[in-house]
Design a protein around this ligand. Structure first.
Ligand code: ADP
Ligand code: MG
Length: 478
């Protein structure tokens, strides 16, 4: 026979389920365990003090009504709260709390985890004191230069950028909550997430925005557990209007931190606050993150940042050069953008090292200097020849604009430049025929194959053509 307390609670759940939405039910009621029924007092166990506070604040009427209808007018509810013992020094324990009168809620006591008092505060915080929501000043930790103005738009980032922009103009009110931005390193996650924060601050100066690296969050959590200030930690984060956590993948395997973040996430989300997360991979590929968190990451929008195309890379460099007030010949900029292709941070690194070289040695910024630096810099970072770079060399050789490769014209020299670009891309890159075709005038793989055969034929039969090919090949391999 099922025990009575379980049965009673089961019936309560059925009523509650009908009165709130599914998501809230899953979040706040599924984790509750009925413990006992004695003297008409039903005791339920909740996973944390925060849980208890939340239930008391949001669902107490529903709970009381349900209990009374199941147990009669004298029926009462009592909580058993599992106290946080993540420091492992004490075994988990529970405390008993009758449903509160709400007096305690107005008792403000909150401190910021950002400058957590590291003193040895060994006092166990009084679980009956529920901190009030006092407005406090939060340092947003935003970097001014990581603005939307400085974030160049391209095909590679259009979705993420516009979602970020929408979020910044309407935090918590769009479907993009959380906004989850992912990409490999060096493609703009940190920049874009700051841009959102900055824009929110511009639009809504009163909103509390916080940018925090996941590692920082983790360390704060650990400190708070050590110092017995975990409640303050949670409450601090629950007061943020726009919470940005960068590189969330670092939470992998950190179950206690995830647990704490779970509660913070729920609170913020339910209150319509905005959450922005970044990661080096999409939610589905995140290992070591609890399923209940992962599923929440998918509630909003996951948008990726891709490798920028040549034009976007050139624009990024130009913006940077302009902001720094430097002059640089167009051909050097193009050279850099053609050569450093997979990582914007490296692109900027190459730019900076050229500028440093030129000013240290009082050398003019020339394409030769750029070549020299690239040699050193990019070799160091696993140099790779790209299709863009090949196209640039081929087109420069025949003195035609790179854009012409995409045109529909049948002009012989352009058709030939396109075929040569395809041929050299096959020879020098690991790209598939399909991808080469896509990059060279939006052709299919069969066209690329045909181009390669044509070039090989001509090399055999046409001495003049062969000398072109050899010269271009040398330039590519410089
Ligand atoms: P991630 O966080 O993905 O590793 P970052 O945000 O740190 O990448 O970006 C690396 C560098 O590239 C930063 O200096 C950033 O300003 C720059 N950057 C990235 N994307 C863009 C862009 N679309 N426009 C301008 N600069 C960019
Ligand atoms: Mg980053």
């Amino acid at each position: 026979m099922a025990e009575l307390h379980a049965e009673v609670w089961e019936r309560c759940l059925n009523v509650i389920k009908d009165n709130i939405n599914y998501q809230s039910f899953k979040t706040w009621f599924s984790p509750i365990k009925p413990v006992r029924l004695e003297n008409n007092v039903l005791t339920i166990q909740v996973p944390s003090q925060f849980f208890y506070e939340w239930l008391e604040e949001h669902y107490i009427h529903l709970l009381k009504k349900t209990i009374k209808s199941e147990l009669g007018i004298s029926g009462r509810l009592e909580y058993s709260i599992v106290m946080d013992t993540s420091n492992n020094q004490t075994p988990p324990f529970t405390i008993k709390v009758p449903t509160s009168d709400k007096k305690a809620i107005n008792n403000p006591s909150i401190s910021m985890p950002i400058d957590l008092n590291k003193g040895n505060n060994k006092e166990i915080p009084n679980p009956f004191v529920i901190p009030g929501l006092k407005k406090i000043k939060v340092h947003s930790q935003l970097i001014d230069s990581y603005s939307f103005d400085n974030f160049i738009e391209g095909d590679c980032n259009r979705l993420a950028r516009s979602a970020g922009f929408a979020v910044a103009n309407n935090p918590g009110k769009t479907a993009f909550n959380p906004l989850f931005i992912y990409s490999p390193v060096g493609l703009g996650k940190t920049h874009l997430s700051h841009a959102i924060g900055i824009q929110v601050k511009n639009n809504f100066p009163d909103k509390t925005v916080l940018y925090v690296a996941a590692e920082q969050f983790i360390n704060q959590f650990i400190d708070s557990v050590r110092n017995n200030t975990h409640n303050d930690f949670v409450h601090f984060y629950q007061m943020i209007d726009v919470l940005i956590i960068d590189d969330i993948q670092f939470m992998a395997g950190k179950e206690k931190t995830q647990d704490s973040f779970f509660h913070i996430f729920n609170h913020l989300h339910q209150k319509g606050k905005q959450i922005v997360l970044t990661s080096d991979r999409p939610p589905v590929e995140l290992k070591g993150i609890e399923p209940r968190l992962l599923s929440r990451f998918k509630w909003g929008l996951a948008a990726d940042l891709q490798v920028p195309d040549l034009d976007t890379r050139i624009s990024i460099l130009k913006k940077r050069i302009y902001n720094d007030g430097i002059e640089m010949p167009e051909e050097v900029i193009e050279y850099l953008a053609c050569y450093v292709t997979t990582n914007i941070r490296e692109l900027e690194g190459a730019l900076i090292s050229i500028m440093a070289q030129s000013s240290l040695n009082k050398k003019a910024i020339t394409i030769e200097l750029a070549q020299l630096m690239i040699e050193k810099y990019v070799k160091y970072n696993s140099r790779e020849i790209s299709i863009d770079y090949i196209q640039k060399i081929v087109c420069d050789y025949f003195n035609i604009p790179v854009d012409a490769l995409n045109s529909k014209t049948r002009k012989r020299e352009i058709v030939q430049a396109r075929q040569l670009s395809m041929f050299f891309s096959k020879k020098h890159t690991k790209s598939s025929l399909a991808s080469i075709g896509l990059h060279c005038g939006n052709k299919d793989h069969a066209t690329v194959l045909h181009a390669c055969k044509t070039v090989l034929n001509l090399i055999e039969t046409d001495k003049q053509f062969k000398s072109y090919v050899d010269e271009i090949d040398k330039k590519i391999k410089v």
